[in-house]
Design a binder for this molecule. Structure first.
Ligand SMILES: Nc1ncnc2c1ncn2[C@@H]1O[C@H](COP(=O)(O)OP(=O)(O)O)[C@@H](O)[C@H]1O
Ligand SMILES: [Mg+2]
Length: 334
């Protein structure tokens, strides 16, 4: 029996038991065009699949029927004429899953942090090709063999198609500017007011997160958040979308790292604090896109962070292992 991994409104993801190296995503034809387009764009930018996974779109075999159990969970699967399947390489568990269901293992999280270097390099390649993944978040990053992969081609698009767009709802992983741009666009405004921002902030779940981090790290994030948005608004009566679109995915990666810092905090305060301070000081996580680090700058700065902080943890771990190994050897000996 295939394992149902994810239930969406217009897609369902299965992990086939007879082919554990693959993932099957059944999608409704409504989203087929954007999915194919996203997969095509990605395979051009990453032909050797260094940070994305191989994917191929097929039509569903004729007469195929899903079991009652599956159709009760994913009702759109009842009408098989309107479906297609995406066969993908299995990329391992996604980061959201690992944070929610796995036991904390320091080694694993150090490998994951190292793996982010590959994702920053991937974002640099996407920026060079002028495309954006535009949905980078823990659930869309998988971890396998010490490498991270970006999945979910649903929102991948060329830069000129990112702004303005209706999909920009206030959402934790979408950069602040995308919400502002859609506010301006939807209400045909040229400038937003403080009350717009207050309305917008009341919708933003990120505030929960910032309140937590403010307590944990002593940063006045909430005030900064306001200031940066107003600053950005003041500087940009006419928002130059071309200039800032390349920072869209940087924000997604940075926000994902912030979530990881929050998760690690309970187990390793020092590493979590180092990561948090890095994100703020390096400007990889910056609410104002004009001040946020570019993809290239982010990649370089993150690499330096890895060398300075993560390698240090690795060395300590190796040392501890070596010690326990020699102690247990001696114990065995006597
Ligand atoms: N290639 C893959 N390898 C491993 N897990 C995957 C893969 N593709 C999808 N998944 C799992 O299915 C979930 C949903 O797939 P995704 O493509 O992100 O669809 P959606 O557009 O509904 O978010 C992911 O969060 C992940 O857990
Ligand atoms: Mg997804």
């Amino acid at each position: 029996m295939d394992r149902l991994v994810h239930i969406g409104k217009k897609n369902c993801v299965f992990h086939p038991t007879d082919s554990p190296g693959h993932i099957i995503k059944i999608i409704h034809e409504d989203i087929l065009k954007t999915e194919i387009r996203g997969i095509d764009l990605m395979s051009k930018v990453d032909p050797n699949h260094e940070f994305t996974l191989f994917a191929q779109v097929n039509s569903l075999p004729q007469g195929y029927q899903f079991s009652k159990r599956v159709t009760s969970l994913c009702p759109f699967l009842l009408n098989t004429d309107e479906l297609a399947e995406v066969v993908m390489e299995y990329g391992g568990k996604d980061l959201m899953h690992l944070m929610t269901y796995s036991k904390f293992r320091k080694n694993t999280w150090l490998s994951i942090l190292k793996g982010f270097d590959g994702l920053f390099q991937g974002v640099v390649k996407m920026v060079d090709a002028k495309i954006s993944h535009s949905d980078i978040k823990p659930a869309n990053i998988t971890f396998k063999n010490d490498k991270l992969f970006l999945i979910d081609a649903g929102l991948i698009a060329e830069f000129h198609k990112i702004y303005p767009s209706e999909f920009m709802n206030p959402y934790l992983f979408f950069p602040v500017e995308s919400n502002i741009i859609s506010l301006l666009h939807n209400f045909k405004k040229v400038k937003i007011s403080v009350s717009d921002i207050t309305d917008y902030l009341s919708l933003k779940p990120a505030i929960y997160l910032f309140n937590i981090t403010e307590k944990q790290f002593g940063f006045d994030m909430y005030r900064k958040f306001h200031e940066e948005i107003l600053d950005f608004n003041a500087e940009n009566r006419q928002v130059n979308a071309v200039e800032i679109v390349e920072k869209f995915d940087v924000y997604g990666l940075a926000m994902t790292l912030l979530i990881i810092a929050n998760y690690i905090y309970a187990f390793d305060t020092k590493l979590a604090t180092d990561l948090f301070i890095f994100l703020i000081e390096s400007k990889v996580l910056h609410f104002n896109p004009l001040k946020r680090a570019t993809a290239k700058e982010s990649q370089r700065r993150y690499k330096r962070f890895l060398i300075m902080f993560v390698e240090e943890h690795n060395t300590i771990l190796k040392y501890v292992k070596l010690l326990t190994f020699s102690v247990s050897n001696r114990l065995n000996f006597t």
